[in-house]
Structure formats: structure tokens, C-alpha cells
Design a protein around this ligand. Structure first.
Ligand code: EPZ
Length: 415
């Protein structure tokens, strides 16, 4: 079983380059179903979630070619409307196939999604939206059956600004008849990227990035070439790696506007950060102070950075408080950090972290993607060697993580 071995690495110093955004690539790859023709994408990260998405698209009739970060999807014909259980169950983003398949085929049989065990992760908001646009819905045997000859635009209020539900409804409205309005929509940069991709093909989407998105349905889309945004969570993870080791470095291929809440929090803790057009420079050579964090939908502090900051707070001076408001079970990494000598108490949705604590290397397990990244960060500053199991979780969302950290001086390798 593959493991990550990470040793105390001293202060990281160097330059790391971010890959494309996993959470942008998944909806955009799914949206290629809406287009009759050849779509050329770039800045697509090489990750297991992406591999699984491509496998499913091929099974639906797409001809796929991949060369480094370039992916070409030829969807001249869509042969099916059923998504297979096996790859679908491996990641959450698979449910984003629902709207495009339903739009193109008039029906879709979608296996229930998988993904990180960070909470119940229902799909009720997605289904509420599909029903509002006229879809008939049946649930059973681990599948959702959707059918509607042509969706009809409607107004949908999301009880929670769900990223996935917003993305599915944008795709559902793109070829629907009439106007769809999504209220209390998610504002994440990945939503804006999906809308920009669709608009470049002739869709009529406005308001993306705000809590009200309008989509005026069109009859068809024109294939295009598109480069997706970079991964802001990967960038934030690298910033945390320089911070937890009191190092300094440059993070390239990132839009600093996408990381404002993370930059603000690191600055509050004592790091010096300079924003450039496509990169960030961080100097965390002075000691860091603890802080309070509450995860919120964008533009609040991202839940996908919560675990990494749990590790960082172990090394900061004082008592850190982190409240996880988005998912109900996103503290799976805390027990593993405490095995390394951390002093973290969980109280409902809050974690209280005493620092600084001298962590010691140990055998630990990653139970989810970002929790695994948190363990890597802790291993960089713990005394001795840390052996991380559950690497498959980490490889779902980080491209060449060990190589990139190694280039900044980390003593880390896959075994
Ligand atoms: C996306 O998940 C991301 N995944 C997650 O990233 C990210 O943590 C999350 O958005 C929040 O930013 C992808 O984009 C593939 P949500 P998603 O729907 O769409 C509740 C990572 O580490 N909810 O915004 O599943 C849900 O239970 C992953 O890269 C409903 O109640 O997130 C949760 O509490 C982890 N009903 C909250 O909304 C629904 O129908 C946020 O979920 C849908 C969601």
C-alpha cells in the first residue's frame, strides 16, 4: 500500500507552481456533454478524480485525448444516459453529470456520488432545482432517474449556497427553454469559471460570482478552447506549508483574488504576503500567533482549508479556535494530529487548538483529501518521521504533491 513518508524538513524555501483547479475541472469536463463537437481544455490537473470523470465521459460516447494538462473531448455523439456505479462512487463531482446528461439526452440515470466522508452530503438541493425546471425524478437502488424532454427555466432559491447544486442548475438552465434564476447561489471562483466557459460557447449566463445568477436558455452551444483557473486550495495548502515551517517562498500560477480570506488570516497570524498578478510571495520566518477561524461559503474562509489550518495552529503561539460551519464531519484529521502530540479539543463544530506544541512523527492515516494534506503539513515540522497511510485520498486532489514540496526543500517521498 503506497504511503507518504515525510520528515522534519526545517524551513521550506523555494518556489512551487500550482496546477489547474480540481473543483473547476470537474464541472467543466461534465459540461462538455452539452456541446456537440470538440472541446479543447487546458490547465487540467492530472488527478484520480479527473481520470474517473474522463472514464465516465468515454463510456457515454466521448472521444478523449489527453496530453499533460491538455484534454480534448469530442462529444459529436452521446451514446448513453446511464452513469456507471463504480467510477461514480469514487468522487462527489460525479453528480455534476446529472444536468448535462438530462439536458442532452432528455433523461439521465445517475449513480449516487461518492467523495470525502466529511458529512452526509445530501443532493436534495440539486433535485429541488431539477424538479423546478420540470424534470421527473425517481430515486432507488442507489440511482437517481431524471427525465424531461426539454427543461423549462424557473426561479430556484437554494436553502444553502451549495457549490454543486449551483453548478448543476447553471448547466440545467443553459439549454433550457426560457430563463432560470438561481437565488442564494454559491459565489465560488469555480462557479464563475464554469459560467465563463459556457458563455464562451454562446450561453447567456449573468450574475456569476454573486448570489443571484440568471441563465437565458439557448438552443445549442459552439465548441471552444478554454483554460481553466488554477487551484486556489492547492495554493493555500502550499502557503500553509511555508507558514508551518517558518519558511518563505513563491507560489506561482495562482490568482490572489481567489485566496483573499486565506491571505488575510495568514497575515493576521503574522506572515508577510505580497500579491502579484499570477503569484503570491509569503515570508513566514517570524513566529506566528494563533487566530480564530469560521469556515463559510465564498468569500468567507474556505472549508477546504480548515484541516490545513488545524495543523498550522498547532505551531502558532496561543489558542486557536476553528469553527466548521459547512460540513458536519470535517474533523477526521484531529485524532491523527493528536497522535502526533497536538493538543486539540473538539466541541461540536468547533475545535480548540493549543499552541505551540512540539509535534512528533508518527504513523497516521488520511481519511479525506484535505485532512491528508493537513497530516503532510504536520509531518513537515514534527520531530522525526511521519508515515501517512490513505494516500489515495490525497492523490484525488493534489498533483505531484511530494515532488512540489520537495522542490521547496521538504524531505518527503512516496513509498
Ligand atoms: C464542493 O462540494 C467541493 N467539491 C468541495 O470540495 C467543497 O468543500 C464544497 O463544494 C464547499 O465549498 C467539488 O467541487 C467537487 P456543497 P459540494 O454542495 O458541491 C449541503 C474538496 O476538498 N448540501 O457546497 O458537495 C452539504 O451537505 C471538496 O475539494 C445540502 O444540504 O459542496 C454541505 O453541508 C470537499 N444539500 C453544504 O451544503 C445539497 O443538495 C455544502 O455543500 C447539497 C449540499
Amino acid at each position: 500500500m503506497t504511503k507518504i513518508i515525510v520528515k522534519n524538513s526545517g524551513s521550506l524555501i523555494g518556489t512551487v507552481c500550482c496546477s489547474g483547479s480540481k473543483n473547476s475541472a470537474l464541472p467543466i469536463l461534465s459540461a462538455t456533454i452539452l456541446t456537440n463537437g470538440i472541446t479543447s481544455l487546458s490547465n487540467i490537473p492530472r488527478l484520480s478524480d479527473i481520470d474517473n470523470m474522463l472514464l465516465i465521459l468515454e463510456g457515454l460516447g466521448a472521444k478523449i485525448s489527453q496530453n499533460r494538462d491538455k484534454v480534448r473531448v469530442d462529444f459529436n455523439e452521446c451514446k448513453g444516459y446511464v452513469t456507471p456505479y463504480e467510477p461514480m462512487s469514487k468522487f462527489r463531482g460525479s453528480f455534476l453529470l446529472a444536468a448535462p446528461l438530462l439536458s442532452r439526452m432528455g433523461k439521465a440515470r445517475i449513480s449516487m456520488p461518492g467523495g470525502c466522508p466529511i458529512g452526509n452530503r445530501p443532493i436534495d438541493l440539486h433535485l429541488k432545482g431539477f424538479a423546478a425546471l420540470g424534470a421527473a425524478i425517481e430515486n432507488g437502488h442507489g440511482y437517481v432517474d431524471l427525465s424531461c424532454k426539454r427543461l423549462k427555466g424557473a426561479k430556484v432559491y437554494l436553502d444553502f449556497p451549495s457549490v454543486g447544486a449551483t453548478e448543476n442548475l447553471i448547466m440545467a438552465g443553459t439549454l433550457a427553454q426560457g430563463e432560470t434564476i438561481i437565488e442564494n447561489a454559491a459565489c465560488e471562483p469555480e462557479i464563475v469559471d464554469l459560467a465563463n466557459f459556457l458563455n464562451q460557447q454562446g450561453a447567456k449566463i449573468s450574475g456569476m460570482g454573486s448570489d443571484t445568477i440568471k441563465i437565458l436558455g439557448v438552443d445549442s452551444l459552439t465548441p471552444t478552447e478554454y483554460s481553466i483557473i488554477s487551484d486556489r486550495i492547492e495554493a493555500g495548502t502550499f502557503m500553509s506549508a511555508f507558514a508551518i515551517t517558518n519558511g518563505k517562498g513563491i507560489i506561482k500560477n495562482v490568482n490572489p483574488m481567489h485566496l483573499k480570506p486565506v491571505t488575510a488570516k495568514l497575515t493576521e497570524m503574522g506572515a508577510k504576503i505580497t500579491e502579484k498578478k499570477n503569484s503570491l510571495i509569503i515570508d513566514a520566518t517570524s513566529s506566528l500567533s494563533a487566530a480564530s477561524i469560521k469556515t463559510l461559503p465564498f468569500p468567507g474562509f474556505p472549508t477546504d482549508m480548515q484541516a490545513q489550518f488545524s495543523s498550522l495552529m498547532c505551531e502558532a503561539e496561543g489558542t486557536g479556535i476553528i469553527v466548521e460551519t459547512v460540513f458536519e464531519n470535517r474533523f477526521l484529521h484531529i485524532g491523527e494530529l493528536n497522535r502526533m502530540g497536538a493538543d486539540i479539543r473538539i466541541d461540536g463544530r468547533s475545535s480548540v487548538i493549543e499552541g505551540p506544541k512540539k509535534l512528533s512523527g508518527a504513523k497516521v492515516t488520511a481519511y479525506d483529501l484535505r485532512g491528508g494534506a493537513a497530516l503532510v503539513l504536520a509531518g513537515l515540522c514534527a520531530a522525526g518521521e511521519t508515515e501517512i497511510d490513505g494516500v489515495k485520498h490525497i492523490q484525488r486532489g493534489y498533483e505531484h504533491l511530494c515532488d512540489k514540496l520537495h522542490s521547496a526543500g521538504a524531505d518527503i517521498f512516496l513509498e
